[in-house]
Design a protein around this ligand. Structure first.
Ligand code: 4NP
Length: 156
């Protein structure tokens, strides 16, 4: 099983969106049985909550399933368990490196680094900007690249 974890701050806007989009892409590629996909937040404010209504709305508009997604906080155990830990921005990335223990073996990366030509390197936080469409476009493009990257590494 290839285990992929998306991480943001609250786990209600960006990372659940990335989780749902990436799951859809994996499904379309017929690789569902090879992947385990989840998301988590570095913060604890929204534990147990459903995604933000802006994230739910855009996923609905794009016909992407968002059922069964609830917020949780990332743990150092996650960094041992998951193969790919994908941060939405530099702050998340820094926090992940801070909680990472010695046994952490997964690749910890920033999502937009998978679009090398991207001028935007951090996924803007729509909790503050209100712009969920912008986030969707960035995350969607990066998820294509991420899946290509993982397939090359794991499945060829
Ligand atoms: P997210 O956005 O990290 O994309 O889920 C946020 C959601 C909630 C908060 C911050 C960012 N908050 O401060 O509660």
């Amino acid at each position: 099983m290839i285990k992929v974890l998306f991480v943001c701050l609250g786990n209600i806007c960006r990372s659940p969106m990335a989780e749902a989009i990436f799951r859809q892409k994996v499904k379309e590629a017929g690789l569902e049985d090879k992947f385990s996909i989840d998301s988590a937040g570095t913060g604890n404010w929204h534990i147990g909550n459903r995604p933000h209504e802006g994230t739910l709305q855009i996923l609905k508009d794009k016909n992407i399933d968002s059922a069964n997604i609830t917020a949780r906080q990332v743990s150092s155990e996650d960094l041992k368990e998951f193969d790919y830990i994908i941060a939405m921005d530099a702050e998340n990335l820094g926090n992940l490196h801070r909680i990472k223990g010695r046994e952490a073996s997964g690749e910890i990366r920033r999502l937009l680094d998978f679009i090398p030509e991207s001028e935007v390197v951090d996924v803007p936080d729509p909790y503050f900007t209100g712009n969920f469409e912008e986030v969707y476009d960035l995350v969607e493009e990066a998820c294509n690249e991420l899946l290509t990257y993982i397939r090359k590494k794991e499945l060829q």
